[in-house]
Ligand binder design. Structure first.
Ligand SMILES: Cc1ncc(COP(=O)(O)O)c(C=O)c1O
Length: 441
């Protein structure tokens, strides 16, 4: 059996490699992720230091002439701060960088050139490219935190949970359906869902919008994101139809963002190191899947898509997740540190917003976290800020004040709202909380 599986895998791997040589994909579509995410992305992904940009133009737009201040992660950029553009459009989790700097050797991974050469990790596992050391680290951490049931479940690793989202859509959409499967999520929903669902114009599935508005007598997949991106609220399924399948995106179900109430036990749950430990650059996510056949199909998607997931990244992620579980006993554990930082940032942003009538923020009921024993309300990774009064385009309004955010329409909501990342480095966050109360009109 193992040999047959091995041979099948070798065949798929070689087929996919040849296809990779033949295919040349070229996109020139305004709807692609990169263009939708605006030209600011270019600055982000081409040798950036942080999200603060010095502009030479009066209007706070990112232009070719814009350049990035050479500030360090901890050093504050102070000179001429009024002219700096703060880019808080993305949820880039750089706020945890200082914690990991202190860890030094403990979480350093050294890899020799002869290591991790094979495509294969464990051919007996449903997910044959999943490193056993990562499985142990994931299951242990969920047990320590108490945020998800993993016993008797299948784990599938992905290049970020973004790839697992696509793998889950592939696995859950009937291959020979007369119509593409409807994919919905309650607005405001994570802005990447519509883009990721439709960018390949697949015949398998299509974005069907806000779950609150879905009333077709047709099969559907509902994304339940809890806590939610962008507004931070805890969520349940909305459609509650008998033809629905659920995917739970639990990227933020960690104790620095929300009180952990009980171990989540859903059919398909998505997690990621991007938001749990802040290692977005490693591109590691995992799915906890009840049904073995679904896990197999998700694995097939990743097999065809990228022939597995970087082992170097998996091993690095495993080391970091292990360290998080182990250092729970230390004076300042990762979740202690990150909780305190989030709580402090939320205190500061609420203080800043309360100084002006122009903005408001959502409030959250306090609950007791079974992991830390603390009682607190949500501390979301994003501030879902509302422009009060006359302002109808909050994104444009803040852009004029050199604060780049993502407007409500990207999340299926009103442009009176914007999403602001709370996960930036300290100097950017400080500029935000200094600038917000100083805005008059
Ligand atoms: C709700 C949610 N799911 C998934 C992702 C993507 O995570 P990853 O970096 O693992 O692809 C994000 C990132 O912002 C997110 O907010």
């Amino acid at each position: 059996m193992a040999n047959v599986l091995f041979l099948t895998n070798v065949l798929v791997v070689s087929l996919a490699m040849n296809m990779g040589l033949i295919w040349k994909i070229s996109y020139d579509d305004e709807q692609t992720l990169t263009s939708k995410w605006s030209i600011h992305q270019n600055l982000h992904f081409h040798g950036y230091k942080n999200n603060i940009i010095q502009v030479e133009e009066e209007e706070a737009r990112v232009s070719k002439r814009a350049h990035i201040l050479p500030t360090t992660s901890s050093g504050a950029a102070t000179d001429g701060w009024e002219s700096l553009v703060i880019n808080l459009d993305h949820g880039d989790p750089t706020m945890y960088e200082d914690f990991w700097k202190q860890k030094g050797e403990e979480t350093t991974v050294v890899t020799s050139s002869w290591q991790h050469i094979s495509y294969f990790s464990d051919i007996k596992n449903v997910c044959w490219f999943l490193e056993p050391v990562l499985v142990s680290a994931i299951t242990r951490l969920h047990k320590v935190v108490g945020n998800a049931v993993t016993e008797g479940r299948n784990i599938v690793v992905g290049t970020g949970s973004s790839q697992l989202y696509q793998a889950a859509l592939y696995a859950l959409s009937p291959p020979n359906g007369s119509d593409p499967m409807n994919v919905v999520s309650a607005a405001p929903f994570y802005s990447s869902y519509p883009l990721m669902t439709d960018y390949l114009k697949s015949g398998l599935h299509k974005w069907a919008g806000d779950a609150y508005e879905f009333n077709k007598e047709q099969p559907y997949i509902e994304l339940v994101t809890s806590p939610n991106n962008p507004d931070g609220f805890t969520r349940q399924e909305v459609v509650k139809g008998d033809k629905g399948i659920l995917i739970h995106d639990l990227a933020y179900y960690w104790p620095q963002y929300t009180p952990i109430l009980s171990p989540a036990d859903y059919d398909i749950m998505l997690f990621t190191v991007s938001k749990s430990t802040g290692h977005a650059g490693s591109r590691i996510g995992w799915a906890v899947v009840k049904d073995r056949e679904i896990a197999k199909k998700m694995t097939t998607f990743i097999e065809i898509n990228t022939i597995g997931v970087s082992k170097d990244s998996q091993i690095r992620a495993a080391k970091i997740l292990q360290a998080v579980s182990e250092n729970q006993k230390e004076a300042e554990s990762f979740f202690d540190y990150s909780y305190k930082l989030m709580a402090e940032r939320w205190r500061k942003i609420r203080e800043a917003v309360n100084k002006t009538e122009l903005f408001s923020l959502p409030s959250f009921p306090a609950e007791t976290c079974s992991f830390s024993g603390r009682t607190f309300g949500q501390l979301p990774a994003f501030a879902w800020l509302k422009c009060e009064g006359e302002v109808d385009d909050c994104e444009g309004f803040l852009r004029r004040h050199k604060i780049l955010t993502r407007g409500g329409k990207h999340f299926g909501a009103s442009m009176k709202y914007v999403r602001i990342s709370m996960l930036s480095r300290e100097n950017e966050f400080k500029l935000l909380t200094d600038r917000l109360p100083a805005i008059i009109s």
